[in-house]
Design a protein around this ligand. Structure first.
Ligand SMILES: Cc1ncc(COP(=O)(O)O)c(C=O)c1O
Length: 470
């Protein structure tokens, strides 16, 4: 027999192939518009991919938030919604699932992550206090600022370098943190804002050793640690894969241990938890819980639904259990790794190492001729849509917003275009289409020009800002 010409995915990487731990029961048709139609759509959207109509998008990598495919069990859970105003059975199922897998004592449901961020910020930040954290997240920092706090970035330096291969680029730099505490005094620190994985750093994980050391520092200075647990299950998978001593532990065990070093967490359940809407806040302190339970009634809804329908809470409770299944989480993260491995192999500049939920194209290296105040990452997101109907989003100077003191743009070191992969939605073939389209753009990058901003909303400008070609 002649030597075979073709190789499977696994063989290309020198291993046995793996496949997703599910089969498809329902499909949603998608189509690609013509180039002319795409050109009109992106101009109408002011080069902002948030302003495109979803039906005009072919492969939608805008976000992994609320875009997940629910399982048949979660859909069955929807039919078990107990839509009582108070004391819904689904709330208690959600509370049990959170306690089993995150280990906190008290649960406050919220409509999504930013609802939880609002409550925790109002409850624990006093005006004039600092909130140190491992890189900002847009909505998180905004709620910290609205409560009168000032966010201070204390992530390790490696996180700001897109080519540094540190395995835990989400780690807190303990020295930077301790310097801040000594300089300002512990009473000026509202809490430590820890995120795992770190979205704005490219989905980079935090190690267990770092979380443990942070706990010790928090105890020494009597400062609480609250976790943005939005992608903490993905963080746990990286610990299992990369940190000495965790290879034989399940993702569920690792997640519980990780959370045990923190005093509470907020959650955008639209990510790890495989639902389309939902969130929660959880703490161990009874007094703080009491305060949060009062606040939730004002801003979200009664403390046993917090802005969610009973059916949403049921799907979420089931999603929590599914999210820590080792087969699920490995296929989810490895799909992202597959896309990243081919991009790297083809010389496309991306943030390294590849994180858990997305590929971050390094727009500075992609378009070295476009200065940062002409929005290279926004240009790249717009061009990718124009070229192939793929929707990503800007994570650079536009997302960073303006400095409230000087009014000037903040100039982040990272100028990235994010391609976020929804969970259980796209196949390997979609990933292949994405990598080929990105390569095509990269090969023809020289002619591309920058953008100017022609409409700028005051808050979170990346959502609704509009641009024109220079
Ligand atoms: C790390 C992180 N924290 C918080 C949020 C806010 O959550 P939500 O979009 O559910 O309000 C997000 C959403 O993108 C996120 O990625």
């Amino acid at each position: 027999m002649t030597k075979p010409k073709y190789k499977t995915m696994g063989q290309q990487f020198g291993r046995r192939s793996w496949a997703e731990p599910w089969k498809i029961k329902m499909v949603e048709p998608i189509k690609m518009l013509t180039r002319e139609e795409r050109e009109k759509a992106i101009l109408d959207a002011g080069h902002n991919t948030f302003l495109l109509r979803s039906e005009d998008v072919y492969i939608d990598l805008l976000t992994d938030s609320g875009t997940n495919a629910m399982s048949d069990r979660q859909w069955a859970g929807i039919m078990l919604g107990d839509e009582a105003y108070a004391g819904s059975r689904n709330f208690y199922n959600l509370e049990d699932a959170m306690r089993d897998h995150y280990g906190y004592k008290y649960l406050v449901p919220t409509h999504q992550g930013r609802g939880a961020e609002h409550l925790i910020s109002q409850a624990v930040i006093e005006p004039g206090q600092y909130v140190p954290g491992n890189m900002y997240f847009t909505t998180t920092r905004l709620h910290q600022e609205l409560a009168g706090g000032t966010f201070v970035d204390v992530i390790v330096e490696e996180a700001h370098d897109p080519s540094d291969l540190h395995p835990f680029k989400g780690n807190v730099d303990l020295e930077k943190l301790e310097d801040l505490v000594k300089r300002e005094g512990a009473e000026k620190i509202a809490y430590i804002s820890l995120a795992g994985t770190v979205n704005m750093a490219g989905g980079q994980p935090v190690s267990m050793a770092n979380a443990k050391a942070l706990r010790a520092l928090g105890d020494q200075y009597n400062i609480r640690i609250f976790l943005d647990a939005t992608r903490a299950a993905e963080n746990a998978y990286f610990i299992q894969q990369r940190e000495e001593g965790y290879q034989d532990k399940s993702v569920a065990e690792i997640l519980l241990e990780f959370c045990s070093y923190t005093d509470g967490a907020w959650m955008s359940a639209k990510k790890d938890h495989l639902v389309n809407i939902g969130g929660w806040l959880a703490v161990n302190d009874a007094e703080l819980f009491d305060q949060l339970r009062n606040l939730v009634v004002v801003y979200e809804g009664l403390h046993t639904y917090g802005g969610m329908a009973g059916r949403d809470m049921e799907a979420l409770a089931i999603g929590i259990v599914e999210s820590v299944d080792d087969h699920h989480i490995s296929s989810r993260v490895e799909q992202v790794q597959y896309l990243g491995a081919i991009m790297l192999d083809w010389g496309i500049p991306i943030m390294q190492p590849v994180g858990g939920h997305a590929i971050f194209l390094d727009a500075r290296s992609f378009y070295p001729h476009i200065p940062q105040d002409q929005f290279p990452a926004q240009v790249l997101a717009s061009q990718l849509y124009l070229d192939s109907g793929i929707r990503g989003m800007e994570r650079g100077i536009v997302s960073a917003g303006r400095d409230p003191e000087t009014g000037d743009h903040r100039y982040p070191k990272l100028e990235l275009t994010r391609l976020a992969i929804p969970r259980r939605v796209y196949t390997q073939s979609h990933m292949d289409v994405v990598v080929e389209a990105t390569k095509e753009l990269y090969d023809n990058r020289e002619q591309t020009r920058g953008l100017k901003m022609v409409y700028e909303p005051k808050q979170l400008r990346f959502f609704q800002g509009r641009f024109e070609s220079l």
